[in-house]
Design a binder for this molecule. Sequence first.
Ligand code: RIB
Ligand code: CA
Length: 317
Amino acid sequence: MVGNSKDPMKIIIDTDPGQDDAVAILLALASDQLDVLGITAVAGNVPLALTEKNARMVCELARKPGTRVFAGAKSPMERPLVTAEYVHGKTGLDGPVLPDPDMPLQPLHGVDFIVETLLSEPAGEVTLCTLGPLTNIGLALQQAPQIAERVEQIVMMGGGFFEGGNVTPAAEFNIYVDPEAAHMVFESGIPIVMMPLDVTHKVLTTRSRLARIEKLATPVSRAVVELLEFFERFDEKKYGTDGGPLHDPTVIAWLLKPELFSGRYCNVEIETNSPLTAGMTVVDWWQVTGKPHNALVIRDVNADGFFDLLVEHLARL
Ligand code: RIB
Ligand code: CA
């Protein structure tokens, strides 16, 4: 697994903005360690027409209107789309009032962008950062199976094991929405770094942390606080916590500062059949199956170090 290498890491961000996706995108665009080749939107938190628009709005908030944004899949590979307006609001970016985007949506389909980029860039040099359902990646693997040996790694927010699920008792949202795509990804042989709820529930947007962001007193920091004050309310009520889990930025933070995190290599399989547990990530944390390790499963994080990194980068925008 590669994080924090010397030359800017080439990444594609696959995302369903989503307030936490937005913060992850801002973190990535603020970093000189990352070369964001493109952002591919997927249906998830809200429908595709909104996730692609939201991705462009966030790029303009970061004053990076030259970022290429593509629209990918509008529904999961086999199942009807399940969305999460109850968390993210009807726009998917409720909280601040952000202007509609001026920057264009790229004409190429997001899945074609992923395939063409992986076939044209040198093998092993492009990391996929997935922040939503894995539909675009599953479709890309179906369209061009040969890309599996060309992806450097997939760093994903998804799944849960000791923490259980957040949509059903067994399944986390990103996996729950498209278990078949997740199954294809975990069986692909591509090196995976998995950020499950077990680690994202340890990076809470507490009042004191939001106050740190607020003190930056920039248009970006104001928007981030408004995004997170809206986003956190559902989980604060559900879990009775000060702040909500800041899921997706953990993916980008791992690339920038992997030493903030710890976990272990495990076998992970995805339940795609049982109605009760569909979308469950079955993590062999205690190594009882003897099955091959297909993911580095992250469980712990230095939460204060994570927010130090985030604040430092937001201050650059
Ligand atoms: O379960 C959390 C994940 O689902 C995050 O990626 C959030 O943005 C939603 O997509
Ligand atoms: Ca997301």
